[in-house]
Ligand binder design. Sequence first.
Ligand code: HEC
Length: 206
Amino acid sequence: MSSASRWACECGCRAQHLNRLTVVCATLAAGVFLVLLGILSGLYDVGADRPHTAAARTLLAMLRDRSIEHRIADIVAPALDDPARVREGAEHYSAMCVDCHLAPGITVSEIRAGLMPRPPNLAQQPIDPRVAFWAIKHGIKASGMPAWGQSHDDDEIWNIVSFVRQLPHMTSDDYRAITAVEASEEHAGAQDEHGHGHEHERAHDQ
Ligand code: HEC
C-alpha cells in the first residue's frame, strides 16, 4: 500500500488527519522532553523526607497497580481461614512487617516515619489476597517494600496473607494475644523443626 493511499479517506480530508497526527506527536514529544528535563536538571527531590509531587505519586501508583494487576491473573489462593495458617502468619508479621505496616494498637514506628511512599497501614485497609501475595513475594521496586519470596516459600507467604486478611478485623487485644502466643512459643521452641527464630535473627543481621 502506498503512503498516499494509506492517508486517503472517503471525504478526502487527508490534510486534516495529518494535522491531527502532527499535534498528537508534538504533544507527546513535548511531554517526553519535559519529563527528561525534569530528570536531567536534577530539580526533582528524591529525598524520602519530602512527599512526591501529585503527578509523580499518580504515575507511580498507576505503574504499581497496573503492573501487579497484570501479574496476578494465574494466582490461586489456598484456603486462607485455617487458624494454623493465621497463627503462623502472625509470627512472621510481628517479626518482619509491623515496623513498616503497623497493627491494631501499634500506630507509630520510627522507620515508617522516614519512608516515602509511606507504607500503607494494613490494619486499616482490606486488600485482595492475590495482590497481597504478589506484593509480599516480589516486593515493590524503589519503595522500601522488600521481596520476601527471596527468603520465604509460597506457603509461608500465604500464611502471612491469611494473617494480613484478619488484621482489619482485629482489636489491639487480639493482636497482642496472637503475637504474644507466637513469641512465647518461639522462645520455648527455639530449636523446633521450622526454626523461624533462627532464620529471622539471621535476616536481621544482614
Ligand atoms: C521497610 C519497610 C517495609 C517492610 C519491612 C515491609 N513493607 Fe510492605 N510495603 C512497604 C511500602 C513502602 C509499601 C508501599 C509501596 C508502594 O506503594 O509503592 C509496601 C506495600 C505493601 C503491600 C501492598 C499494598 C498495596 O495496596 O498494594 C503489602 C500487601 C505489603 N506491603 C505487605 C507487607 C508484609 C506482609 C510485610 C512483612 C512480611 C511487609 N510488607 C514488610 C514497606 C515495607
